[in-house]
Design a protein around this ligand. Structure first.
Ligand SMILES: Cc1cc2nc3c(=O)[nH]c(=O)nc-3n(C[C@H](O)[C@H](O)[C@H](O)COP(=O)(O)OP(=O)(O)OC[C@H]3O[C@@H](n4cnc5c(N)ncnc54)[C@H](O)[C@@H]3O)c2cc1C
Length: 1204
């Protein structure tokens, strides 16, 4: 149908809010009406429909297309897509055919909109409020009529052979039949128009495919009126939602609707998907999932503890439906529907499915004897199959035995031959399809068998009424010389007299109390109180907010097609529900065409979801389902995920998530834009809730650059979770993919580190992927993993989405190639192009307010000047910070780090001094050759200057690496005086280097640089335009023996490793710092390095000549007899642990051990001890503690002590 293709009124499940005023389940007549009326009462409504949204033009016509849409249920199992449009139920004695899709069975029905016989309303099965208030029923019919707009097949429309034949049959059956022949009102549009819901409809092309879906837009299904009306009034519609059960939260009294989201791939994880249902809460629920859907949901809810009448499932009826065929009559019927081919090719139009009726409801004194006969159409899709079946059955002995001998046998034979070549010729062209609706005894029942709905109605087809009515159809057929063929499955010999109905009703009957039925006259579900058949008070206590308003509430067969009556009751129920709450439903008709781009009511969203209520633009996206399982501890709350996992394992505290990731725009996802992938689903964790927790908001980010770790990409899962009791949680999951092998990559992409915090995150911070949650209470931590078989299933769930095949294909390839290249890059980083530092480009940094930076020039004894800087943070200290090789004082103060050491000390109110001594790349002397002894002179001068400026006799020093070597040398030699508290980072007076540094020393690499390559300095900075020699070094350094996970592409970082060994654990430092080290790292002269290498070879400090003159017992006893704290990162790749420990051991053997302390810091390397993203927690406090503990020894603390 033109003009309707773009319509889309349903939203994907991830757009569902956690709570609505009203939730409606199902979208047939009951559901459509409840959604429209409640939205028109100004309520926030969500409608949940199991099937798909499909507009005219999209309905299958061909047999092969239709068969794909068939689903088949019985107590034994289910076959076919659970969203399939044509749903067959096979029961015992009674089977049924219903619709599944947005619009329910209204998409497939035969349109007849007839009121029930007024005598039906007087029957005692109805509550007295119904018996006594026919006006309210009438009003219900009127409201439904306004929206459904039924009219009889117009007189001025082409004559329809099947209609004419039915009239002729009525005539031949006798006057009491003929007088009851008429054209019933049908919900079909016979002119191009805007309907009363503001929807444009086209006039019928009379093709007759009503039972498989009418593609011309003329069928007044609820998709054409109530549903768009609800949407236009703000109702949010969600398809592919299979509601499982409902329950009421005892405390909040809210209704919890548990559902499974179908067709996203979740079904691949069948068991998990059943166990991990999502939920939405509501103040009021309207259950309108059709007779089978509603009974199934309520029976399951009852089994799960919902108090509801024990009559549930009882008194099920097939509405006395009988199907039959008048085969090969001598009258032309033209009752086989046309395909979607040019109607002009056909002799005559077929017409809508039912256009005529012989209404025998008033034929008897007893309303129960009434029935109607209607003619029908064989859908195009099954024309061939029906042709084959009818021809075969025509010769069946049972059929022969029930029919009169035919009058004109030759003509019949000729017609049969003709029909063997065409479904539209001969016998088929002369076949009349009949549908009878009557009154059965409604003694069928519905039950759950292994959680599946089972229909039991044995003997339904054996009643006298069924037999009598079949006889009437036989008469009607024989009178036009045709063969009556009853429904094939009714034939006794075939399938045990099973009837098939298209009008299943009951099971949740409306009745005067819970003793006789399930809902009251308002549709409210009655409470069944524990003991059998014992009801509170008069047995009419109901769940105020739980309504049922579909075919399941009809307490007995109506003797006529039911949807108009279902609609009238649903209208009445909505009116009373609104009335009881003092809400006003606006019944005004919509005169203007509604804008399918934008509904007239849009409820604001307080969350990050787009306000736009239309389906997000699909430029080619991707969806997949992921299941991860693992352990979650509410006892280990630190970021030690492994410890949390172990603790949780010991107490079997499990966690599992089953989520659907939907990226509507794969470009956005790949380009790392926000909002690009949504998460819907559930988390199951008994430590948090007995029921699954639902994801009320969820975002997924794919391979986003990890800020807190070099060359790492992370996959981030940010979720707001809600438990059924309303408790809110914030779930943060991170998968870290860093440099390593393929095996590492596999581990990385299958391991999720989980933190759960109290409360929901608001929109402003939702995208915050930092682990620290701004003071939010941590509820627990854990690790989830993907099992291999789950991953295989996950692969099957990958689905590209888009409006065209091209879009889908390109989305699929873009996503998969991006994913693969990210994994491969991380696995083969060594061979990727080199990256060079920023070279002074402006970069984002962390600027903090600091006291004014004072700057002094200090002159050493040999005349070399150095820069000394001071930040007077307070009256603690003073402390002098001494940097290592190739680096300036900025190693302590760089604003490329969020929490640097200088700011930490200033926060602690220390008076901090920093020096750029002669080997600092900013010092003019740095390119000159310097011995360690010469460096000592700078430190000596700086210490003296600090003492002079502060007036403190003694000061504290914190030094790093070569700064520690030089400081120890100065202290041991007595050159440096006035230091009485000292912190040495990574190395002491007995340096020992790591294995690879020893190899370099043994290979005389420095001598090679100096003597063969004639280099006097080595600059760690480099650029793509460097000299041939340096460029060659850069390329060769790809093969430096980096530890797993320490390979990167940064050329400066590689050169650092050559000079010193791997300087930091990449996982500890930020990308920002890593990529901009050139800002404060640079050149070092080879003489300094050479002397240091000699110290390392000697195992202790030596002078330039290589003599061991420093580390003597006397020097230690006399000059190091004050508090010294040594610390080292456990994973230091520059120095070895043996040399480090040797310093400590020497100190404590010679002096009072209580002066010295040593710490090996797990998880840290060399420079990350100062630069690590968590150093302010793991390391700085340890340095501070030493300085605080020793404050009476030095500086202002010492002076204060001396005053008193
Ligand atoms: C071929 C055919 C011809 C018919 N002709 C006529 C006719 O001419 N006149 C007449 O009056 N009647 C006719 N009917 C019957 C009529 O269409 C139905 O009685 C009527 O549609 C029932 O309305 P309902 O609201 O009870 O349920 P339905 O219209 O069946 O709607 C129920 C909806 O709920 C959905 N659902 C089910 N389970 C779940 C779940 N767990 N979670 C979420 N959603 C769920 C279903 O997918 C469905 O869309 C015909 C039916 C058929 C099949």
């Amino acid at each position: 149908m033109q003009g309707n293709k773009k319509r889309q009124i349903s939203l994907p499940a991830p757009y569902m809010r956690p709570h609505y005023d009203v939730v409606v389940i199902g979208s047939g007549y009951g559901g459509g009406i409840a959604a429209s009326r409640m939205s028109r009462a100004g309520k926030r409504v969500a409608l949940l429909e199991k099937g798909l949204e499909r507009w005219p033009g999209d309905y299958p016509t061909e047999f092969t297309e239709c068969i794909r849409e068939v689903q088949f249920s019985s107590g034994e199992g289910h076959k076919g897509k659970r969203t399939g449009m044509y749903h067959f139920y096979q029961g015992s004695g009674q089977s049924a055919f219903v619709g599944c899709g947005l619009g329910g069975t209204s998409l497939l029905n035969a349109n007849v909109a007839l009121e029930a016989d007024p005598r039906v309303w007087q029957m005692s099965v109805w509550p007295k409020e119904i018996n006594n208030d026919f006006d309210s029923i009438k009003k219900g019919y009127e409201h439904a009529k306004e929206m459904l707009e039924p009219i009889p097949y117009p007189d001025d429309f082409p004559e329809l052979p099947k209609l004419k034949t039915l009239e002729e049959q009525a005539k031949r059956l006798g006057p009491e039949f003929h007088k009851n022949f008429s054209r019933p009102p049908i919900t079909v549009t016979f002119e191009d128009r805007i309907n009363n819901a503001g929807v444009r409809q086209q006039k019928s092309t009379l093709m007759g495919n009503d039972s498989t879906g009418v593609n011309d837009g003329s069928k007044n299904s609820t998709l054409m009126n109530y549903l768009p009306d609800a949407w236009n009034h703000g109702c949010e519609i969600f398809c592919k939602i299979d509601v499982k059960s409902i329950k009421q939260d005892k405390k909040s009294k809210k209704w919890i609707v548990f559902y499974e989201w179908l067709d996203t791939g979740r079904e691949a994880f069948t068991i998990d998907s059943h166990n991990s249902v999502s939920f939405v809460t509501a103040d009021i629920v309207f259950v309108a999932a059709g007779t089978f859907g509603t009974n199934e949901i309520l029976l399951r809810s009852q089994a799960n503890g919902l108090e509801i009448s024990s009559q549930l499932g009882q008194s099920f009826s097939g509405n006395g439906d009988i199907l039959g065929f008048g085969y090969n009559t001598d009258l032309y019927c033209n009752g086989v529907a046309m395909g979607d081919i040019n109607p002009s090719k056909f002799k005559e139009p077929v017409g809508p499915c039912i256009t005529g009726i012989i209404d025998m409801r008033e034929s008897g004194s007893n309303v129960m004897d009434g029935y109607v006969i209607e003619e029908g159409v064989i859908p195009y899709a099954v024309a061939g199959l029906t042709n084959f079946l009818l021809r075969a059955l025509d010769d069946h002995p049972v059929v022969k035995s029930i029919n009169e001998p035919s009058i004109n046998k030759t003509a019949k034979t000729m017609r049969k031959i003709a029909s063997s070549v065409s479904n539209y010729k001969g016998a088929m062209a002369n076949t009349q399809t009949y549908l009878i609706m009557s009154h059965d005894d409604n003694t069928g029942y519905l039950e759950l068998r292994d959680d599946r709905l089972n229909i039991e109605y044995d003997g339904a087809g054996l009643s006298k009424t069924v037999k009598d009515l079949n006889d009437i159809l036989k008469d009607a057929t024989n009178k036009i010389d045709g063969t009556y063929i009853p429904s094939p499955i009714w034939s006794k010999e075939a399938l045990g007299n099973t009837l098939i109905t298209v009008h299943p009703i009951g099971g949740c009957n409306m009745a005067k109390d819970g003793y006789t039925g399930v809902v009251n006259h308002k549709g409210q579900a009655c409470i069944y109180l524990k003991k059998k058949y014992v009801y509170k008070g008069d047995g009419t206590e109901v769940h105020e907010g739980l309504y049922v308003c579909d075919g399941s509430i009809i307490p007995r067969a109506l003797g006529v097609n039911p949807f108009f009556t279902i609609s009238a009751l649903a209208e009445r129920i909505c009116l009373l529900a609104a009335h009881d709450r003092h809400w006003k439903i606006n019944y005004a008709l919509v005169k203007e065409p509604i804008d399918f781009e934008k509904p007239s009511v849009i409820w604001p969203r307080e969350s990050l979801d787009p306000v736009d209520m239309t389906w997000p633009p699909l430029n080619g996206g991707i969806t997949f389902t992921e299941v991860m399982r693992g352990y979650f501890s509410t006892e280990v709350l630190t970021k030690n995920y492994k410890a949390a996992e172990m603790q949780a394992k010991s107490s079997n505290s499990t966690m599992q998530f089953l989520i659907d990731i939907v990226a509507f725009n794969v470009n956005a996802l790949v380009d790392l834009e926000d909002n690009s992938a949504k998460i819907a689903g559930t988390v199951t964790c008994r430590a948090l809730s007995p029921d699954p927790l639902v994801v009320v908001q969820g975002k997924f980010r794919l391979f986003t650059k990890e800020k807190n770790q070099v060359d790492a990409n992370s996959m981030l899962y940010n979720l707001n979770l809600q438990a059924t009791d309303g408790t809110k949680y914030r779930f943060k999951g991170i998968k870290l993919l860093d440099n390593g092998s393929l095996i590492n990559a596999w581990m990385d992409v299958t391991t999720l580190f989980v933190s759960v915090f109290e409360g929901h995150e608001n929109e402003d911070n939702f995208d915050d992927y930092d682990d620290d949650e701004h003071g939010r209470k941590v509820i627990g931590r854990g690790i989830l993993k993907i099992r291999v078989n789950d991953l295989i299933t996950q692969m099957e769930t990958f689905k590209a989405i888009g409006t065209s095949k091209n879009q889908r294909t390109s989305a699929f390839f873009k996503f998969t190639s991006f994913f693969a290249s990210a994994v491969i890059q991380r696995s083969f980083t060594r061979f990727l192009p080199l990256q060079y530092s920023s070279n002074g480009l402006t970069i984002q940094s962390f600027d903090k307010p600091r006291p004014t930076k004072e700057e002094f020039t200090v002159t050493a004894e040999d005349g070399v000047t150095t820069k000394l800087f001071r930040y007077k943070g307070g009256n603690k200290g003073p402390v002098l910070l001494v940097h290592g090789a190739s680096v300036t004082h900025e190693m302590f103060s760089t604003n490329l780090i969020k929490h640097n050491f200088l700011d930490y000390m200033l926060d602690q109110k220390y008076d901090v001094f920093l020096i750029d001594y002669r080997i600092a790349p900013t010092n003019a002397q740095s390119s000159q050759q310097q011995t360690l002894e010469q460096c000592v002179l700078d430190i000596k001068a700086a210490v003296n200057e600090v003492r002079r400026r502060t007036g403190c006799e003694n000061i504290a020093v914190v030094s790093h690496c070569l700064g520690s070597v030089v400081t120890f040398m100065g202290l041991l030699s007595g050159e440096i005086e006035g230091v009485s508290s000292y912190v040495a980072s990574q190395v002491g007076m007995t340096p020992g280097v790591s294995f690879w540094n020893q190899v370099k020393i043994k290979l005389h690499l420095l001598q090679f640089l100096q003597n063969v390559l004639h280099q006097s300095t080595f600059d760690v900075r480099t650029s793509p335009h460097t000299s041939l020699l340096q460029g060659t070094i850069n390329q060769l350094l790809r093969f430096y023996p980096y530890a797993v996970g320490e390979v990167c592409q940064n050329a400066l970082c590689h050169r650092n490793s050559l000079a010193y060994g791997t300087l930091y654990k990449h996982e500890n430092i930020t990308q920002l710092l890593h990529d901009n080290l050139d800002q404060f790292m640079g050149e070092v002269n080879l003489t300094t390095l050479n002397q240091f290498a000699r110290c390392a070879s000697a195992g202790e400090l030596v002078n330039y000549a290589g003599e061991k003159i420093y580390v003597t017992d006397d020097n230690i006893r006399n000059r190091l007899n004050f508090p010294i704290f040594l610390f080292r990162g456990n994973d230091n790749e520059v120095y070895n642990v043996e040399g480090f420990r040797a310093t400590y051991e020497k100190l404590i053997t010679i002096n009072d051990a209580s002066n010295y302390s040593i710490r090996h810091i797990p998880g840290y390397g060399h420079l990350d001890s100062f630069w690590g993203t968590n150093a302010q927690v793991d390391i700085f406090p340890k340095i501070l503690r030493h300085l605080e503990d020793t404050k009476s020894n030095y500086g202002y603390g010492h002076k204060a002590k001396s005053i008193f």
